[in-house]
Design a protein around this ligand. Structure first.
Ligand SMILES: [Zn+2]
Length: 131
């Protein structure tokens, strides 16, 4: 059940395009918009706001860095072990459609959900323990 060379070439193209897209976005700028009513709020509010922007910016950077890492890893898997590309690294089943959208994922939907647990709300973190 390995992907055809044609499919692999398609995934490679997608990965390279994704990588180019992320890299083309450059660094995330930390810049409060000028129309913000913060100017009247005094230094303290301005300080708080700029800290908030920095938190948002660094979170965005983390996501981008994480995606880049996964894209690199996927390209490496594609080169080193093309037969296994597109198979879930946990259960070995084909990842299927999900790979069309996110060619860098390593897990099928089921394994990803099992790993993430339930993302909806607190208090359900141990849901997977009750299978
Ligand atoms: Zn799986």
């Amino acid at each position: 059940m390995s992907a055809t060379p044609k499919a692999l070439a398609k995934y490679r193209d997608k990965l390279l395009a994704l990588r180019a897209e992320i890299l083309s976005q450059g660094d995330v700028s930390i810049e409060p918009s000028r129309s913000d009513p913060v100017a009247v709020g005094g230094d303290e509010d301005g300080q708080a706001l700029s800290e908030m922007y920095q938190v948002i910016a660094s979170r965005r950077n983390r996501v981008r860095t994480g995606d880049l890492g996964r894209i690199h890893a996927a390209l490496k898997r594609l080169d080193e072990n093309p037969d296994a590309f597109g198979l879930c690294s946990e259960c070995g089943e084909p990842i299927g459609k999900r790979l069309e959208l996110l060619p860098f994922v390593e897990l099928c939907v089921e394994c990803q959900q099992a790993r993430d647990g339930s993302p909806k709300g607190p208090g359900r973190r141990h849901l997977r323990d009750f299978r």
